[in-house]
Design a protein around this ligand. Structure first.
Ligand SMILES: *[C@@H]1O[C@H](CO)[C@@H](O)[C@H](O)[C@H]1NC(C)=O
Ligand SMILES: *[C@@H]1O[C@H](CO)[C@@H](O)[C@H](O)[C@H]1NC(C)=O
Length: 147
C-alpha cells in the first residue's frame, strides 16, 4: 500500500498513475467470469404424491461453449420423470432451461446438479470446453410436502 506521505509528496502525474492502477485492479476483479450461474425453481410447498414442476435455468460467463448434463438429486427416492438426465450445449449467449416433474410423499431436499462433460455430438462442431477448475455444480432447495 502507498503511504499518505507518499501521496502528499507525489506529483499529479504520479497520482494519476496510482489512480489508473487502482482502477485497473478493480476492473480486473469485475472481470472474474462465472463458469456456472444456476437458478433452481422449486415450489415452497406441495401436496403429497402430487407432481409439481422443477425448473433449472443455467447460464455461463465463459466465452466458450460447454456440454452440460443436468439432473436432480434428492434425499427422498425419485421416480419417473424426476430421474431424467438431460444433456445440452451451454454457450454464453444461450442460457438453458430444464424441466422435470417431481413427486414426493414427504418434505424433500431437491438439488439441481450440472456436470460439465466431455461428450461429442452435443455442441455444434464439438466446439466445447471442460473447465479444469471445477466441472460439478449444484444448488439445493427444500419443498415442504403436506399430506
Ligand atoms: C406415496 O404414497 C402413495 C399412497 O400411500 C403411494 O401409492 C405412492 O407410491 C407414494 N409415492 C411415492 C413417490 O413414494
Ligand atoms: C429430507 O430433507 C428434508 C429437509 O431437510 C427433511 O425434512 C426430510 O425429513 C428429509 N427426508 C429424508 C427421507 O431424509
Amino acid at each position: 500500500m502507498y503511504s499518505f506521505q507518499f501521496l502528499f509528496r507525489a506529483s499529479p502525474a504520479t497520482l494519476l498513475l496510482v489512480l489508473c492502477l487502482q482502477l485497473g485492479i478493480s476492473k480486473a476483479q469485475e472481470d472474474i467470469r462465472k463458469v456456472m450461474i444456476m437458478d433452481l425453481q422449486v415450489p415452497q410447498t406441495a401436496k403429497a404424491n402430487e407432481a409439481f414442476p422443477v425448473t433449472l435455468k443455467i447460464q455461463t460467463d465463459l466465452k466458450e461453449c460447454m456440454v452440460v448434463r443436468a439432473y436432480l438429486a434428492s434425499n427422498v427416492s425419485m421416480t419417473g420423470a424426476s430421474q431424467f438426465k438431460q444433456t445440452s450445449c451451454l454457450c454464453d449467449d444461450y442460457p438453458r432451461k430444464f424441466f422435470w416433474e417431481f413427486q414426493s410423499n414427504d418434505t424433500a431436499k431437491i438439488a439441481g446438479v450440472v456436470d460439465i462433460v466431455r461428450e461429442k455430438g452435443i455442441c455444434p462442431e464439438n466446439l466445447a470446453v471442460v473447465p479444469i477448475q471445477a466441472n460439478h455444480f449444484y444448488t439445493i432447495h427444500t419443498v415442504t410436502v403436506e399430506p
